[in-house]
Design a protein around this ligand. Structure first.
Ligand code: FAD
Ligand code: DLZ
Ligand code: SF4
Length: 518
């Protein structure tokens, strides 16, 4: 009989499990552009354009192989706007014996798939996602009964399991970790390499026009769209990275520069997460660069750690801990997300720069996400749910499986320490050390109090004061709490006062905006 194979927008991988036994003579592959997926959060325009363009190119590739593809466009008159509605329509039209899918990247969609098993007239086969190096079940087994899930332990297991950067059972050159060599400042005149951008072809241009027309009021610009939307282009992006960026990647991994969010970063996360590249091939390609002597170990290890370690780890953690994971709020944070996360209109220059990069590219690199917008959200006590929605919206690589652990766990410590042993709170000094943002800021990063002081400075101490009951007992927080406890009462009062004035100003209604998100 005929099988209907449903491929979601982030499942654009030819060897994916749902296509493994494809019979091109009889089967139909279903792909759907649906309004629900574009608006359940109001994604950045480039994220929608990226996925629709990648979906259309992927469908064209299957058709070129002779596979029958039922492709539903957003503007098709009968489009129901929902995964379930489109699957039901396709079943009526093609009358398959069964439906085959690969498990999705979000809990929300897995619930839908499980409902399909109850409600559809044909059996539904939900297959494991074979694009990850650590199967969900293996992670779940490791995570069982543990409260703390430490990345480093997991990562070493993955190095052993895959043999990446291993020599006769030992880590290459005897060390697992080169983090300490990956924290250099960018020299003032340093010019990062030019990156290859991918000129939109006619298919992508059509999608960009569609997104402008249908989602014109979503956050973000489309003008600079240059993501790779085909596997061939994604492979070219990977190659460019390996040659021009990986040999320096580690050195400046944490550096931030005005108007230059890309630096030596891979820019591969949208392609990886949508399936245009696999984690496995990217890791082995990086390892080959090291074996060939074209990139040093500390850079290659730093890069492989991000994918083999962090990426696999957050995915495992997400599925092992959902749906409860999202509900915790260990620091009881509840302040509304300030308007400037959308507008960028703030005197905090670091935030203004990161929001501006994000609007232009649907991208900011890891340290911008972690130590600027993330750190501010943590020390200002912003509501986890609102912060998580922002991160899910604004980045082209965002899906809940990867966004949620990073934001809820790593940044906000809302999971109470499942992911990180202590909150990553930092004062302005960190941003000043790693970026050129402070020099152009109207606040003074060297001042600790008063209206001209960098707000990160007093918000940091205010955060420690507010969370004293929850954090003072944490071993890794001993140092900062010792300093806090040595402070005079007047100094504490000054911190409280500066913070209260600043935090109150966050809820001032933004001039000219009536709470509409653009
Ligand atoms: P590089 O810095 O060059 O790293 C290479 C690859 O490693 C990335 O492509 C990515 O696949 C992987 N990687 C690196 N760090 C992580 C991490 N912490 N978790 C998972 N994978 C990682 N990444 C997403 O893909 N989607 C998200 O929604 C997302 N949200 C984040 C939110 C916050 C608050 C933080 C701190 C990080 C988030 N990350 C997310 C991780 C990381 O910032 C991005 O993967 C990275 O910036 C992507 O750019 P790149 O390809 O240039 O990465
Ligand atoms: C993010 C997204 C968007 C914007 N649009 C679609 C779409 O129209 N069709 C589709 O199949 N997938 C889309 N996606 C990706 C899905 O949201 C994603 O597959 C789920 O969140 C599961 O990870
Ligand atoms: Fe950000 Fe403070 Fe530096 Fe201004 S001085 S850029 S607010 S860290």
């Amino acid at each position: 009989g005929r099988t209907l194979r449903f491929i979601l927008g982030d499942q654009l991988t030819r060897p994916i499990s749902s296509l493994s036994d494809l019979d091109p003579e009889r089967d139909v592959v279903l792909m759907v552009e649906v309004r629900d997926e574009a608006t359940y959060v109001r994604h950045h325009k480039q994220k929608i354009a990226f996925l629709f363009a990648a979906m259309r190119h992927f469908a064209a590739g299957l058709e070129a192989e002779g596979v029958a593809v039922a492709y539903v466009r957003l503007t098709d008159p009968d489009n129901t706007g929902r995964f379930t509605g489109e699957l039901e329509r396709a079943i009526e039209r093609y009358n398959p014996d069964r439906v085959v899918v690969t498990e999705p990247g979000e809990w929300r969609v897995l619930q839908m798939m499980q409902d399909w098993r109850e409600t559809l007239s044909v059996p539904v086969d939900i297959r494991d996602d074979n694009r990850f190096l650590c199967p969900r079940q293996d992670f779940a087994r490791w995570a069982e009964g543990r409260h703390h899930l430490r990345m480093e332990t997991f990562y070493r297991g993955m190095r052993r399991r895959t043999g990446l950067l291993m020599d006769s059972g030992e880590p290459s050159s005897g060390r697992w970790n080169f983090d300490s060599e990956n924290r250099k400042r960018l020299p003032k005149k340093h010019r990062p390499p030019d990156r290859i951008g991918f000129q939109p072809d006619s298919i992508t241009r059509e999608v960009i026009a569609l997104v402008e027309q249908e989602f014109g009021d979503h956050f973000g610009d489309l003008a600079g769209f240059s993501w790779p939307v085909t596997r061939a282009d994604a492979l070219a992006a990977l190659q460019h990275f390996l040659v021009h960026c990986l040999p320096i990647f580690g050195d400046f991994q944490d550096a931030m520069k005005t108007g230059a969010p890309f630096l030596y970063h891979a820019l591969l996360s949208p392609a990886l997460n949508a399936g245009l590249l696999t984690a496995e091939e990217v890791c082995w390609a990086a390892e080959r660069t090291y074996r060939d002597g074209a990139a040093p170990l500390h850079c290659v290890e730093g890069f492989i750690r991000q994918i083999l370690g962090w990426r696999e780890y957050v995915r495992g953690l997400y599925w092992a801990r959902m749906p409860d994971y999202r509900e915790t709020n260990a620091l009881e944070a509840g302040r509304d997300l300030p308007w400037f996360y959308w507008s960028g209109e703030t005197a905090l220059n670091c935030i203004a720069q990161v929001v501006s990069d994000t609007r232009a590219h649907a991208y900011a690199h890891h340290i911008q996400r972690l130590m600027v917008t993330g750190n501010f959200a943590l020390i200002a006590g912003l509501d986890p749910a609102q912060v998580e929605e922002w991160y899910l919206i604004v980045f082209a690589d965002a899906y809940e499986w990867v966004e949620l652990p990073n934001v809820h766990g790593m940044v906000l410590w809302a999971d109470g320490g499942v992911m990180g042993s202590k909150p990553y709170a930092a004062s302005g000094a960190y941003i000043d050390r790693m970026s050129d943002y402070c020099a152009a800021c109207s606040y003074d990063v060297k001042l600790k109090s008063g209206p001209d002081a960098c707000p990160f400075n007093y918000l940091y101490w205010n955060f420690l004061i507010e969370n004293e009951d929850r954090l003072a007992g944490n071993q890794r927080m001993t140092m900062p709490y010792r300093t806090l406890h040595g402070m005079a009462d007047e100094r504490r009062a000054e911190i409280r006062r500066d913070a209260a004035i600043f935090l109150a100003s966050l809820s001032d209604p933004a001039p000219g905006h009536q709470g509409v998100q653009t």
